[in-house]
Design a protein around this ligand. Structure first.
Ligand SMILES: Nc1nc2c(ncn2[C@@H]2O[C@H](COP(=O)(O)OP(=O)(O)OP(=O)(O)O)[C@@H](O)[C@H]2O)c(=O)[nH]1
Ligand SMILES: [Mg+2]
Length: 448
């Protein structure tokens, strides 16, 4: 990390102010070369007024913030130039800094340096991106919790508890002859391992909820053509987004709308009506609808009050049984023809007249315990990477329990516990692979 990096940290476009940020050992020197004042001797954490120049030509009137290592985001010398917003100004300032010796930063490189220099751990690094991309207030709060280290502390506490168990085993392996050490038999360590596993499982369950808060709940509206799926989407999002006609097969592709329910984002997906068709475009739409059943967190399965239950609908009913779902009977303003005896739980609505739409929202709140999520402390894992590592740790613990049940030697049991300890370490980036870092930070925005 010898080179000094630079990037425009604000969005490009017309705006009052743009911020160009540099980080690295030569940051002060590089900016001094193109600024009206020598900044190499100034005090840390000070702001300076002047002009950015290209040789003798003034480029822009700016304010320059100087933050010297180590009390900075990257733990390196950091300089931020506040210049006038706008594409020409910002690009020109960037250009002269590049000419003076800075290198253009890769996406997320500032945060990557913060991680590599030990300023933040991997969870905190991910949380900075989550904070930027959060779409609901809940997601913002959660990202901030992780950013300030609370989630990392949870993982660190788990690791110290596990290391306690491991060291107890090790003492026994290394000094079996010590009389004042209680001799550990497999069934003596079993209760502590089991209770540790329970703790991990509880965190996993809550982490999955937390992920929903962050990413939003994907809700797919599924059903036969013409049952009123697009009408329901429009009612839920209170906007005429999807085309509604009385022609079956109107919706050919996925249409998405978003609403916030109790502070949590719902991605509502209207799909093509499911039926056998020879129309190529519609057929692709139908395939997508079926995939949506798998991909979504919740299926709203719609039936027509004014029509009989079809064979296809009966098949779909069994398909959605394995998923979180709500059965919705639409068009209750029309004559009841549908045989409801096969259905055990349903909500009757009229999408066209906006009748009972709130009942659907209430049911969603209930199904996902949104009220509970509201009041919950949200210090849990929230991304696929860390959740899968937690899963790995649980599997390792399971293995160790199996070894105990098989009466395996205690050092085999210990091996599995150590694996779990490593998996938990990977969550916070105690150990990591370079490819992981490259992949993870490449998803960041430029200048972060
Ligand atoms: N009477 C009545 N008609 C409704 C109701 N909801 C929707 N409709 C009508 O049913 C027809 C089909 O509605 P859509 O929302 O386009 O149905 P869809 O399920 O999206 O249909 P596809 O896109 O073809 O799969 C339209 O003429 C709507 O006005 C309702 O509650 N009552
Ligand atoms: Mg439709």
């Amino acid at each position: 990390m010898e080179d000094t990096i630079v990037a425009i940290s604000t969005t490009t476009g017309i705006g009052a102010i743009s911020i160009i940020r540099l980080s690295g050992i030569d940051a002060l020197e590089i900016v001094s070369k193109v600024f009206t004042k020598d900044l190499t001797k100034v005090k840390s954490h000070t702001i300076h007024y002047g002009f950015i120049k290209d040789k003798e030509e003034k480029i822009d009137e700016v304010l320059v913030s100087i933050m010297k290592a180590p009390k900075t985001f990257t733990r390196e010398d950091v300089v931020e130039i506040n210049c006038h917003g706008g594409i020409a100004v910002t690009n020109k300032v960037l250009e002269v800094l590049l000419k003076s010796g800075a290198r253009l930063a890769e996406p997320g490189e500032f945060t990557k340096r913060a991680f590599l220099n030990g300023r933040i751990d991997l969870l905190e690094a991910e949380a900075t991106m989550d904070l930027i991309s959060s779409q609901s207030d809940k997601a913002r709060k959660m990202a901030l919790n992780t950013l300030t280290g609370e989630t990392s502390n949870l993982i660190k506490d788990l690791r110290s508890e596990l290391i306690q168990i491991i060291s107890n085993i090790e003492v026994n392996i290394d000094y079996p002859e010590y009389e004042d050490i209680e001799f550990l038999t497999n069934d003596k360590i079993l209760p502590s391992i089991k209770s540790f596993k329970q703790k991990l499982e509880e965190i996993l369950r809550k982490s999955n909820d937390t992920r929903l808060i962050k990413e939003g709940i994907n809700v797919a509206i599924i059903g036969r053509p013409n049952v009123g799926k697009s009408s329901l989407l429009n009612s839920l999002i209170e906007e005429e987004k999807a085309i509604v006609t009385n022609i079956p097969g109107t919706t050919r592709d996925i249409v998405e709308g978003k609403i916030i329910l109790d502070g949590i984002l719902l991605n509502i997906i209207d799909t093509a009506g499911i039926r056998n068709t020879n129309d190529i475009v519609e057929k692709i739409g139908v395939e997508k609808s079926i995939q949506m059943i798998e991909k979504s967190d919740l299926v709203l399965f719609m039936l027509n009050n004014n029509d009989k239950l079809s064979t296809e609908e009966k098949e779909l009913l069994t398909k959605i049984k394995e998923k979180k779902h709500i059965i919705i009977i639409n068009k209750i303003d029309l004559e009841a023809i549908l045989d409801k005896t096969l259905l055990d739980n349903y909500i009757e609505i009229s999408a066209k007249n906006n009748t009972n739409i709130n009942k659907i929202k209430d049911e969603i709140k209930k199904l996902f315990s949104l009220g509970e999520l509201q009041s919950n402390n949200m210090t849990y894992l929230s991304n696929a990477r860390s959740i899968s590592l937690l899963n790995e740790a649980i599997n390792n613990i399971d293995e160790s329990i199996k070894e105990i049940d098989n009466d395996s030697p205690i050092d085999i049991v210990e091996l599995n516990l150590k694996e779990a300890w490593n998996s938990l370490g990977e969550v916070i980036g105690e150990t990591y692979k370079d490819e992981l870092l490259d992949e993870l930070f490449s998803r960041f925005c430029l200048g972060k």
